[in-house]
Design a binder for this molecule. Structure first.
Ligand SMILES: Nc1ncnc2c1ncn2[C@@H]1O[C@H](COP(=O)(O)OP(=O)(O)OP(=O)(O)O)[C@@H](O)[C@H]1O
Ligand SMILES: O=P(O)(O)OC[C@H]1O[C@](O)(CO)[C@@H](O)[C@@H]1O
Length: 741
């Protein structure tokens, strides 16, 4: 990185409730700023650190933020500072910062902390004038630091900042909640019991709603839609119908901030009382509490927070006096900047709207996907009021390609939503060969019970493509079984196989039916979608493995070369590298040359000679045909000359295994909902359009089958442009210590 900001001083602090991923953001702020030649200070205990000054503000170097990516909480401490709420406290804070020559501040915290930053910036010139008047600062000091600049980064598990799609910690909190729900489900089912589970979120139902979908709960109570006078009747009726439809357990999820339409709080114990009184159920209550904020951050909270921290450092260092403060946040799948004041103001409007019963405003401020998720939860959790009618049009669901965790969640959503939309959903066992041999079975609402949390694919998946000799057989099956549409959920082979069938529709009238593709592949290499189901789970598996591998080296000076999957697509390597704290990533997209490897050897030797203890290199499995993981490891070992030793790890199929993460369950549900809607409409209209449904910049996009491979490199089996390649400078900034470059 170009060293543009020599002499600029930047401080970073964390404030409000801690959130998993704050450390990744702090690390990225510090390292990016150092790479840009700035001086960096960390403030301990939130705003209190700048109010108190002294050791609370200390200059930091590269190694001070080493080995913290995997740690929960925030290593610099957080605090809800009363002193800073007072003008007096803010004046002391201004004096302490100016005494250190600091006029750039990055605050990582919730909306309260960001409001504090805004108030501080607004008052800064007046505070400095008062300090000059009282003799605490000289005129020159005040003139030199006449304005406060900086940036906010939203760190809060609640995911409540209006305008941001996610906030630091929300994904990890969902991991905690959904793990707990999965565990509770098994004990609840054994006893045929109901659990009432309370989750955090203050005024925001994001955690509750997402967990209800991913954890397949039966009923959810969230602040944005205060339950009306009939909520008790409705809830009891839904639970009873669920049991009658075959469920062995019920889970009611209660967001901690929920109030009824009269403004009375509803607690988990209130729900328990209602269930006892109305249904005679001896329900159990679990209040998850601070467990949700604890523990190691998820893969997403590591790579996204790294990106956010990097961008915040660029924003704060690049700011000019008088610039508006930005809040750096994830929006539409990218990191961007919003005016901090507007975002905080809009966030404040949500509880106000809830208080006056304006459900529409509260929901719409949360963004489109929030309302969509609320509706999809209702459609999937409510048992059908009528069983599948005899004449319901049939659609087939099949998987093809490599296994991707989340395939089951997608098939579950297809069945539940298909039934709700009046379709008869049949599952194809064993991909295209299964389709050719007529291995089809009708799936009812209860047949898919228990599928969502489970890795693997209940329907089975195969890589075999349909060939010319299979077309006739497949056409016969489709006609005999009266299949009116196909939903294929899978990887590249699913896409290619369905494309073959679609191309044959002139010759085979049975193929003139609507077809929809949904991306599911850990490689994340598919056309028409920036992200595919399974990739997030695979990344979490990789990051877990990297944590263990790194831990195993605590006493040694060691270089690890770790190989990850992905074929010719470097997504897992790049994101695994960012989330796992790798120093070097080898990608097929960039190629690997002998010169690269020589440079790496030199870097290894000089950094270990300087005291480095660990060097992590991640190699995509197809990065180079000749420079294999084994070759690179041997080369590094041979050239180490006693400075370090080298170990290699090929992570292999653990990356495909594992139960799907909340993000993969949510993605599967969202994409399948759109796919099923399209199929239902086309079946009803008698049209036969074929398409792929995907996520592009945070929005659901449809790509007609005719254009499926337009921007796709068929030889390397990956999109020609891959958005995540823009993260390479971020990786370099946080992994390449300036002096050791
Ligand atoms: N209006 C304000 N003026 C000055 N400082 C503020 C203001 N609001 C909040 N702060 C400071 O930010 C700290 C954290 O705020 P708050 O307790 O609201 O948490 P938060 O940042 O919203 O995080 P979380 O979402 O985790 O609760 C406060 O203790 C206080 O020091
Ligand atoms: O840790 P504390 O101060 O009890 O705060 C709990 C609150 O903080 C959060 O975890 C984050 O804002 C909320 O979900 C919860 O209401």
């Amino acid at each position: 990185m170009a060293a543009d900001f020599a002499g600029r001083r930047l401080a970073v602090l964390t404030s409000g409730g801690d959130a998993q991923g704050m450390n990744a953001a702090v690390r990225a702020v510090v390292r990016t700023a150092l790479a840009l030649d700035a001086e960096v200070y960390m403030v301990t205990e939130g705003y209190q650190g700048i109010v108190d000054g002294g050791d609370g503000i200390c200059r930091v170097g590269w190694d001070d933020v080493g080995s913290i990516l995997h740690r929960g909480g925030t290593i610099i401490g957080t605090f809800r500072s009363r002193d800073f709420r007072e003008r007096q406290g803010r004046r002391r804070a201004a004096r302490n910062l100016v005494e250190h020559g600091i006029d750039r501040l990055i605050v990582i915290g919730g909306d309260g902390s960001l409001s504090g930053l805004d108030a501080f910036r607004e008052e800064w010139p007046d505070l400095l004038a008062e300090l000059v008047e009282s003799g605490d600062l000289s005129k020159e000091q005040a003139q030199e630091h006449s304005m406060l600049m900086g940036a906010g980064v939203v760190g809060s598990i609640d995911n409540d900042l209006v305008g941001a799609d996610t906030t630091i910690g929300a994904d990890s909190a969902l991991h905690r909640i959904v793990d707990a729900l999965d565990d509770l489900s098994s004990t609840a089912a054994s006893h045929q019991r109901t659990f009432v589970v309370e989750v955090m979120g203050r005024h925001c139902g994001y955690l509750a709603l997402n967990a209800a979908v991913a954890g397949v709960c039966d009923y959810v109570l969230i602040p944005e839609t205060p339950p009306g006078p009939q909520w008790v009747d409705r809830m009891c009726a839904e639970l009873t119908r669920g049991r009658n439809a075959g469920r062995r357990e019920s889970i009611v999820l209660v967001a901690e901030g929920v109030h009824d339409a009269q403004g009375e709080p509803i607690t988990a114990h209130d729900v328990q009382g209602v269930l006892k009184e109305r249904l005679g159920e001896d329900a159990r209550v679990t209040i998850l509490g601070h467990v949700q904020r604890g523990g190691s951050p998820s893969a997403f909270d590591r790579w996204m927070s790294t990106w956010l921290g990097h961008e915040a450092a660029l924003a704060a260092l690049g700011a000019e006096p008088g610039d508006q403060l930005p809040v750096v946040c994830e929006r539409n799948g990218r990191v961007g900047r919003l005016p901090l004041v507007d975002a905080v103001r809009a966030t404040r409007e949500v509880p106000e709207a809830i208080e006056v019963g304006d459900v529409e405003k509260a929901t719409s401020l949360r963004g489109d996907t929030f309302g969509e998720l609320r509706d999809v939860f209702r459609d999937m959790s409510e048992p059908p009021r009528v069983d599948v009618v005899e004449a319901a049009p049939r659609i087939a669901v099949l998987h093809a390609g490599g296994l991707a965790p989340g395939m089951n969640a997608a098939a579950f959503a297809a069945v539940r939503l298909g039934i709700e939309r009046g379709l008869d959903v049949v599952g194809v066992t064993g991909g295209f060969p299964g389709l050719a041999s007529g291995a089809l079975r009708s799936l009812g609402w209860a047949d898919v019970e228990g599928w969502v949390p489970v890795g693997g694919a209940e329907l089975g998946t195969r890589r075999d493509l349909p060939h010319t000799q299979d077309y006739f057989q497949i056409a016969r099956v489709l006609e005999d079984q009266d299949i009116r549409g196909i939903l294929a959920i899978g990887g590249f082979n699913a896409y290619q196989g369905m494309h073959h069938l679609w191309q044959e529709r002139e010759r085979y009238p049975a193929f003139r039916i609507p077809m929809v593709l949904v991306p599911a592949s850990i490689d994340n290499n598919l056309p028409a979608s920036e992200i595919s189901i399974g990739a997030d789970t695979a990344l979490n598996e990789i990051v877990d493995a990297l944590d263990r591998i790194k831990q195993s080296a605590s006493a040694a000076q060691r270089c690890f070369v770790v190989e990850v999957m992905g074929r010719h697509c470097g997504y897992l390597a790049m994101m695994g590298g960012l989330a796992g704290g790798a120093e070097r990533v080898y990608l097929q997209e960039e190629g690997v040359t002998l010169e690269d490897l020589s440079r790496d050897v030199a870097r290894l030797r000089s950094s270990f000679a300087d005291g480095r203890r660990l060097f992590l290199a991640i190699r995509n499995e197809e990065a180079n045909r000749f420079y294999t993981t084994d070759f690179i490891s041997r080369l590094f070992a041979e050239e180490s000359r006693g400075l370090y030793d080298v170990r290699q790890n090929v992570l292999g199929h653990i990356q495909q295994g594992g139960n799907p993460t909340p993000a993969d369950r949510a993605l599967a549900t969202r994409l399948v909902m759109h796919a099923i809607d399209d199929l239902a409409q086309r079946v009803e209209a008698g049209t036969s359009d074929a398409e792929a449904v995907g996520l592009v910049q945070g929005h659901v996009r449809r790509t007609p089958m005719a254009h499926l491979f337009d921007d796709f490199d068929l030889e390397c089996r990956r999109p020609r442009a891959q958005w995540w390649m823009t993260l390479k400078p971020v990786l370099e900034a946080v992994s390449n210590e300036p002096e050791r470059q």
